[in-house]
Design a protein around this ligand. Structure first.
Ligand SMILES: [Zn+2]
Length: 386
């Protein structure tokens, strides 16, 4: 079956060649993409094992760019595999197609928003920033620590700092809230983003989401890494999950309750099951020898339910589970979010956090206290652009 991508005809380069912005459609595999665009399949087959895995990271719904000449021949393709990296297909000087992984160029804006709430946090954030994704993210982040409907009154204050990424003049990815204050009836509720989670002033996790280890493993054979681009080595690759080595056939259990959003074979990842857990969290289980028939797309799965068995399908040197965790489609370190004996900050980490939180608290307090809300009910300010 062929799945055709939804095409936005957006001409960004109009001298004979046409650039298109296209959404990666559901069911489209990288090989099918090559086929549809008359690109040589060896671009995929010649990739190393790691790179074949990475090519399986292309997310449904992500936007890629195609540049074609007047005969519809592809001159260049840029397909994101994460916020940081993309597949680059181009013609080398011998007019042969080549494929490489290159960093995505984007700018990060660090912003501050201060608001005297008039309608609701969501509505007011939206009014001041025109950013629906940001308003949603803010409300979701606070959901577990305060009930806005119950406690929020008109003229209560909120302030927060966040980053927003821009690529080719458009926002992309989810905004990252760094630290925030919500002041209700003179009581302040703070949250501080620290190492992939949010904590209150005392270092207690407030918006955490904990997962169980999906498998009884022997050892971690490969850790998670963003594989930040190294300008000299040029070959550093990310690893968007942990590899848990275990005997062939070892049962794999769902890390948390949720709904199966993918079950099938996917390139370098082999047999894959993906579960969406709400709160923007999604888990991925790859290289399975067998997917459990009960883990079909759309099925509701309970935490601890069998979803498949360890294997080495796809690109894999031996039986292991590649376990990936995504927050808002962004890969995060699974080991940072799986349940350990107690998910609280301790020791030197806690010290580091408390220093950070107190600095942030002072900034947030002064944002609210130094602003005169009598004329304007809020403002957004861009502090820095990187
Ligand atoms: Zn892996």
């Amino acid at each position: 079956m062929r799945f055709f991508a939804l095409i936005f005809f957006l001409c960004f380069y109009c001298f004979g060649a046409v650039g298109e912005r296209i959404v990666w459609s559901s069911g489209l595999s990288f090989l099918t993409f090559l086929e549809q665009n008359h690109l040589p399949l060896k671009l995929y087959y010649n990739l190393s094992a790691t790179d074949k895995e990475l090519a399986s990271e292309i997310q449904v719904g992500s936007v890629y760019y195609l540049l074609k000449d007047e005969n519809q021949k592809v001159l260049q393709a840029l397909i994101p595999i994460s916020e940081d990296m993309q597949i680059h297909i181009y013609q080398n000087p011998n007019k042969e197609y080549a494929l490489d992984f290159i960093p995505i160029v984007y700018t990060t804006h660090k912003n501050t928003l201060v608001v005297s709430v008039q309608k609701s946090p969501y509505q007011d954030i939206l009014e001041h920033t025109k950013d629906i994704v940001l308003a949603t993210e803010f409300v979701n982040t606070y959901r577990k620590s305060i009930d806005f409907h119950k406690y929020m009154l008109k003229d209560d204050k909120l302030a927060f700092t966040y980053t927003r990424k821009y690529r080719l003049g458009r926002t992309f990815s989810t905004p990252e809230i760094q630290s925030a204050i919500v002041q209700t009836n003179k009581k302040a509720h703070y949250i501080f983003g620290f190492e992939d989670s949010f904590y209150d002033l005392k270092g207690r996790e407030v918006a955490g989401f904990l997962l169980e280890m999906p498998v009884k493993y022997r050892r971690i054979s490969s850790k998670f890494s963003y594989g930040r681009w190294h300008p000299v080595l040029k070959k550093v690759r990310p690893h968007y999950g942990v590899d848990l080595s275990a005997a062939h056939g070892t049962p794999i259990y769902a890390s948390a309750s949720g709904k199966v959003v993918y079950s099938g074979y996917r390139g370098g990842y082999g047999n894959v099951v993906e579960i969406s857990h709400g709160d923007g969290i999604r888990t991925l289980y790859a290289h399975m020898s067998k997917r459990d028939p009960k883990a079909f797309v759309g099925a509701r799965i309970k935490k601890g339910q069998l979803i498949g068995r360890v294997g080495s399908t796809g690109m894999s040197t031996g039986p292991h589970l590649h376990f990936g965790v995504y927050r808002n489609n962004k890969p995060i370190d699974p080991l940072g979010i799986v349940r350990t004996e107690k998910n609280q900050l301790k020791g030197s980490k806690k010290k580091e956090f408390l220093i950070f939180a107190n600095q942030q608290k002072e900034i947030l307090d002064s944002l609210i206290n130094s602003y005169d809300f009598s004329e304007k009910k809020g403002y957004v300010m861009t502090e820095s652009i990187q």
